[in-house]
Design a protein around this ligand. Sequence first.
Ligand SMILES: NC(=O)c1ccc[n+]([C@@H]2O[C@H](COP(=O)([O-])OP(=O)(O)OC[C@H]3O[C@@H](n4cnc5c(N)ncnc54)[C@H](OP(=O)(O)O)[C@@H]3O)[C@@H](O)[C@H]2O)c1
Length: 287
Amino acid sequence: MIISGKELAAKLKAEMAEQVATFPEKYGRVPHLVVILVGNDPGSQTYVRNKEKACDVVGFNHTTFRMPEETTEKEVLDKIVELNSDDSVDGILVQLPLPRHISETKVIETISKEKDVDGFHPLNTAELWQKRPNDSCVVPCTPKGIIQLLDAADYKISGKRAVVLGRSQIVGLPISKLLLDRNATVTICHSRTENLPEITRQADILVAAIGKAKFVTGDMVKEGAAVIDVGMDLDENGKLCGDVDFASVEPKASVITPVPGGVGPMTICCLMSNTIQCFLNKMLYKE
Ligand SMILES: NC(=O)c1ccc[n+]([C@@H]2O[C@H](COP(=O)([O-])OP(=O)(O)OC[C@H]3O[C@@H](n4cnc5c(N)ncnc54)[C@H](OP(=O)(O)O)[C@@H]3O)[C@@H](O)[C@H]2O)c1
């Protein structure tokens, strides 16, 4: 079964659009997402355009600040501080990666936790790992989307052995925690892991998030595994592909996500739902 993130994201965005349409009457306005894009990275330009399109589909107000490559760290931080105190702004996203002279850590820490729609702020990370029973924790978009993909495929996570390739703050670590929260038994692998294929062959759920084109091949996958491909890589012909060699893995997998059209659209969809979450937290708190 190939799970289409594109179709699921379209369905969820249509549902969100219906919900957002009720907001002006209930709360006086719709959510407002602000994106800051520094520099000319072509990938980032495309991601930001896709985020703007998604905002239009769900009916958000959105603003993008496009800042030149030579913008100083202070200028970016000042803009964030200004947006933090702007009551008309519900979510702030700074597109990563940033030019080298700007600290990503400082930028992420400066965005207020309440407007951190990416879920990267240390307080959101802490709440995710402490599994606090409240709605204020914003979960990073890609891992949140992966769980929704597995749920949409009716895949039972509880009790399964999950192997996550990659331990980044934005994908590997948070998806490991979310799978653990759903009672999977989780192994996290990285660039120093020894005998990797031996470990991946034990996975009922295999999440590949390493950024290496077609790295996971059929011989590394257990028969019947659920395979989630997070990678956004370029193959030998410069064409978009994932971390999974789809041709050799798909015949063995019970469930698999394609690239493109799998995890990517769900990431943007979850950015929309995180923005609604931040908006509602603010509106309900106000009341
Ligand atoms: N579809 C989406 O929405 C979406 C969202 C985010 C990211 N992505 C894509 O997902 C991929 C990963 O992104 P990321 O930001 O998590 O990457 P990252 O920060 O570069 O992290 C890569 C991780 O993979 C591990 N790794 C590298 N080579 C490995 C190997 N040969 N064997 C095992 N582990 C290895 C690294 O290990 P060490 O920690 O030991 O270095 C690191 O933990 C990229 O292709 C990115 O473009 C897609």
